[in-house]
Design a protein around this ligand. Structure first.
Ligand SMILES: [Zn+2]
Length: 242
């Protein structure tokens, strides 16, 4: 099954400069299969403001200029001049790219003709996200496993799913569950396990200022939840570092 992107675009006149009442980028340009996947993943709290990515970059540049001016930084300085635009582009195109369904990775699953019936584990997946409470990085590793039913997925696709949902303002609990929801739907198996261990820069740089503690979250489903030996085997993979 290939979730191909559609190239169908809704033609838009650009005569009005104000925010247009068009469907949010969510609805336009996104293939039916991606929409269906995302409808089966618990949502990030969002409003559909109808802004294009270009409009978002323009607005964030203005607002970030205000923030820097308010902090008393001299935006005429050649090192600081481009920072608001740089931050705006980074938010929209990179670190929060996972808010844009058009950036959902292409998913390919294949039939499990080999009848593989043991767990498949991808461990030590680099997992960089942003805490939605402080807008500071979350830096950790994810370990993801599943026991296939009728389908298996290309291994790098699991890394891409972790990356897509990481590129949102997050709490680690929701990130863990969104990855599990997504895989459960795509692979059509309830036997899914996701574990994340991460450092939160908002814990390290402010507040308690603890630079060594880490946070672990997990979502164990199906056999990973109910069968002690499957659970133990998975958690052993989480403890082993390569
Ligand atoms: Zn935080």
């Amino acid at each position: 099954m290939t979730m191909a992107k559609t190239t169908k675009k809704t033609p838009q006149k650009t005569s009005t400069k104000s925010v247009k009442a068009k469907p949010e980028s969510h609805a336009a340009d996104v293939s039916a299969s991606v929409k269906q996947i995302l409808e089966n993943v618990r949502p990030t709290p969002m409003i559909h403001n109808g802004l294009t990515n270009e409009e978002k970059i323009e607005r964030i540049t203005e607002k970030f200029t205000d923030i820097m001016n308010t902090l008393g930084l001299d935006l005429k300085d050649d090192s600081l001049r481009e920072t608001p635009k740089r931050v705006a582009k980074m938010y929209v195109n990179e670190v929060f790219g996972g808010l844009d369904p058009k950036k959902f990775p292409k998913m390919t699953v294949i039939d499990n003709k080999m009848n593989y019936d043991q767990m498949i584990v991808v461990q030590s997946i680099g997992c960089l996200s942003f805490c939605e409470h402080h807008f500071l990085p979350i830096d950790g590793f994810a370990t993801v496993a599943y026991i296939p039913n009728k389908k298996v997925i290309g291994l790098s696709k699991i890394n891409r799913i972790v990356q897509y949902f990481s590129r949102r303002p997050q709490v680690q609990e929701r990130l863990t569950k969104q990855i599990a929801d997504c895989l459960q739907y795509i692979l059509d198996t309830e036997h899914i396990a996701v574990h994340i261990n991460a450092k939160h820069y908002c814990v390290m740089m402010r507040g308690i200022e603890d630079t060594s503690s880490t946070t672990s979250t997990s979502d164990l489903r199906g056999h990973f939840k109910s069968r002690m030996e499957t659970r133990e085997e998975f958690l052993e993979h989480c403890r082993t570092k390569y």
